[in-house]
Ligand binder design. Structure first.
Ligand code: AP5
Length: 253
């Protein structure tokens, strides 16, 4: 029998148990370069665990598509060029989302923080008993470029596909909602190079910051998705259980 159902059950049990026992917020933060597979893994995890997945990139693209949004034009310029959106804008959008009731017990963050200042803002905005696990995905540049140049996303639900690695069942249409697949306007070589440069500039300080404060899980994400996902469940589950054992006094709260 596959180890997957057992691992997922253990993972869910430990998250749910710690939420109820300590009224904690369980937060998973996914870090990694563009194309590392953050979106694919977070969507899968969220679907199976029912923990909300919050992707700042997806929220920005929704805002960008909203014709009534005063920020839409400004956002388009940043995103197309592969530049970071100013902290003030992204923080406003993120806070609006994480303050919704479905995030009360926790959430999965994809694409935030991307700067040390965003990490500081997030830390200050969370309750002191928040249980944070940071997942760091590592992939080489050549693999990233191949993944991003072949990516297509659903124009409605933003589910990612890949022309070679994950083609949809019907060419050009989303398997889930049947809407049209499109190429993101930042999935071109210039923007990919910019995003990679920015990631390399910003990631070191964020890594140092989190390694000293929270549980840190590293995954070689150049492997196939199924293998990455199994490793993710295994490592997060192990860290989460250790975390409970390391702090037995919390169990009395
Ligand atoms: P965002 O949408 O977050 O883009 P990104 O960080 O560049 O990340 P990607 O979505 O490109 O990569 P991913 O790791 O999610 O990969 P995916 O799973 O899709 O942000 C876009 C823009 O918004 C930013 O550039 C910035 O302007 C702005 N922004 C967002 N957050 C911000 C913030 N906090 N502050 C400021 N600005 C912000 O996978 C990629 C492809 O690979 C897919 O085709 C997939 O099918 C395929 N794939 C995935 N895993 C595998 C695998 N294991 N094997 C083979 N193929 C795979």
């Amino acid at each position: 029998m596959s180890k997957r159902p057992l691992l997922l059950t253990l993972f869910l049990f430990s998250l749910i148990f710690s939420s109820f026992a300590y009224c904690e917020q369980n937060i998973l933060i996914f870090l990694g370069p563009p194309g590392a597979g953050k979106g694919v893994l977070c969507k899968k995890l969220s679907k199976e665990s029912l923990i909300p997945h919050i992707s700042t990139g997806e929220m920005l693209r929704e805002e960008q598509a909203n014709q009534n949004s005063p920020m839409a034009i400004e956002l388009s310029e940043y995103i197309k060029e592969g530049q970071l959106v100013p902290d003030e804008m992204i923080v406003r959008i993120l806070m609006r989302r994480i303050n919704k009731p479905d995030c009360k017990n926790g959430f999965i963050l994809d694409g935030f923080p991307r700067t040390l200042s965003q990490a500081h803002i997030l830390e200050k905005s969370l309750p002191s008993q928040a249980n944070l696990i940071v997942v760091n995905l590592k992939v080489d540049d050549a693999t990233i470029v191949k993944r991003l140049l072949g990516r297509r996303i659903c124009s409605k639900c933003q589910q990612p596909y890949h022309v070679d690695f994950f083609p949809p069942a019907k060419k050009g249409a989303c398997d889930h909602c049947k809407n049209k697949l499109i190429t993101r306007n930042d999935d071109c070589e210039v923007s990919i190079r910019n995003r990679l440069e920015i990631f390399k500039d910003q990631h070191g300080p964020i890594e140092d910051y989190y390694k000293n404060r929270h549980e840190w899980v590293e995954i070689n994400a150049a492997n196939p998705v199924e293998s990455n996902y199994s490793t993710l469940l295994e490592k997060v589950n192990a860290v989460n259980l250790d975390f409970l054992i390391d702090f037995p006094d919390r169990q009395t709260h």
